[in-house]
Design a protein around this ligand. Structure first.
Ligand code: CA
Length: 453
């Protein structure tokens, strides 16, 4: 981080030093969230890192977010001035009521009152691009630009199921959970949007324990806030979602955490920055500016020295509107899982934004897009024929080339810029492996699945 800052500083000094090289745009720093940026502001603000010729085609962009830790790089890019730094003085981050609303708003586009892009579960950008989850199956092409974060999600279980052996390996509780269905009170588990990350995490975890998510339990989509309320009243048995929700469940004595996603699949792909392709194609320089701001924000978010401030900013009334303490413990890797499980106390188990043990978090590996599409085939969300077309779909949507361009421009060390679009073989907690060069083998080897392969 310090090298990074000093590099920008040197760049700035070099730019400012060449008198005519300094670029001045009208705008104002530090707009309160939700305010309308005033393009007519009289204050001329020297942009720290916009070289001549790099000025973005527009200073305005509207990015949607959901108030969970995944959104931090977008909020920090706004709050710490990184969008301004790269010339996006009119960047706006816009809280979305739920994932369905985010999808609807990106279909509309910011010009018509929606959003240009923002934070997504996977493979939402692919499903929107292909018209699978849009109104009238209209194709709204999108580009994946960066991964926002890894880990930081969990599977929460209602307190009434404590002491039944429901943990990371749920096989010991499989008979108990199946028995609930036989007794006419099926185990009800929720995610916040179907056929994306949280649905996948809960399905993977159940199936690894020998529980068929399609026949042994009831899975359903419920808005995050409602899952907590339903769990309180005893009508919901489990849910899968991002921090700080699982943690709150334990804090409020409503339930416990069976597994953190960092335990299910260490350093797993989580949520992404993706935007409408038409916006990106029309605004290549502004896209680079957005990417650079988000990437710098990701580095800021991962600096342990910033995590307390990060908790304070996100907790604010304009963003998550919660007590900062609820965020600080998960952010330091301290998880009290409840149900007499050993405490987790390792920052590497927390959500990470820039780097993890496998290398870059921010770089959008195509091999991860492929896992999401393969898992969609596993549960029959997408037809088997998707596998044959997967590379074409991914090549259209995944713009890792734009990420690399931004990384080079930011002066990111070559060692931190992946050279392959595949991260290689992925390993899950139950010993299963996903080799991106053989997705069919992964599907064939899985014991519980819906697809016939
Ligand atoms: Ca998530």
């Amino acid at each position: 981080m310090s090298n990074f800052s000093s590099l920008n500083r040197r760049k700035f000094l070099a730019t400012a030093g060449a008198a005519t090289g300094a670029v001045f745009l009208k705008g104002c720093l530090g707009n309160p969230p939700g305010s309308v940026p005033n393009a007519q502001s009289e204050a001329s603000v020297p942009l720290v890192n916009v070289a001549v010729g790099d000025a973005p085609e527009t200073t305005v962009v509207k990015l949607g977010y959901i108030p969970i830790v995944e959104s931090a790089p977008l909020i920090i890019a706004k709050e710490k001035g990184f969008f301004n730094k790269y010339g996006m003085t009119g960047a706006e981050v816009s809280k979305q009521a739920n994932w369905g609303a985010a999808r609807d708003n990106v279909e509309i586009g910011a010009a018509a009152g929606g959003i240009d892009g923002g934070q997504w579960q996977m493979p939402m950008p692919h499903l929107i691009s292909e018209g699978v989850i849009t109104k009238g199956n209209r194709k709204v092409p999108m580009y994946v630009l960066a991964q926002l974060n890894t880990q930081g999600n969990g599977i929460a279980i209602a307190q009434k199921h404590a002491g039944k052996g429901i943990g990371l390996d749920v096989s010991g509780a499989a008979d108990y959970i199946r028995g609930l269905k036989a007794a006419g009170t099926p185990f009800k588990a929720a995610y916040t949007f179907p056929k994306v990350n949280q649905d996948f995490w809960i399905r993977y975890w159940l199936a690894a324990g020998g529980i068929n998510p399609d026949t042994d339990v009831n899975l359903l989509a419920v808005p995050a806030a409602q899952t907590v309320a339903n769990m309180k009243t005893g009508t919901m048995d489990a849910f899968s979602t991002g921090d700080p929700w699982p943690y709150r469940i334990v804090g409020d004595g409503i339930g416990f955490v069976a597994a953190l996603t960092s335990q299910i699949w260490p350093d797993h792909p989580e949520e992404y920055l993706a935007m409408r392709s038409d916006w990106v194609d029309k605004h290549p320089k502004a896209t680079q500016a957005v990417l650079k701001a988000v990437m710098e924000a990701q580095q800021w978010c991962d600096d342990p020295a910033n995590r307390e401030e990060l908790s304070q900013i996100l907790a604010g009334r304009n963003y998550f509107n919660i007590t900062a303490k609820i965020l600080s413990e998960p952010y330091s890797g301290k998880y009290d899982l409840g149900d007499s499980k050993p405490q987790v106390n390792d920052v590497k188990e927390s959500t990470l934004y820039w780097k993890d043990d496998r290398g870059s978090v921010s770089y959008p590996y195509k091999s991860h897009d492929l896992w999401f599409l393969t898992e969609s085939v596993r549960w029959d969300f997408l037809p088997v024929s998707t596998l044959a077309n997967a590379q074409t779909i991914i090549d259209k949507v995944n713009r890792e080339d734009l990420w690399k361009e931004a990384a080079k421009s930011l002066g990111i060390a070559a060692a931190d810029i992946p050279t392959s679009t595949s991260r290689g073989v992925e390993k899950f907690f139950d010993g299963v492996e996903f080799d991106p060069s053989k997705p069919e083998d992964y599907l064939k080897n899985l014991k519980i699945k819906k697809v016939k392969i």
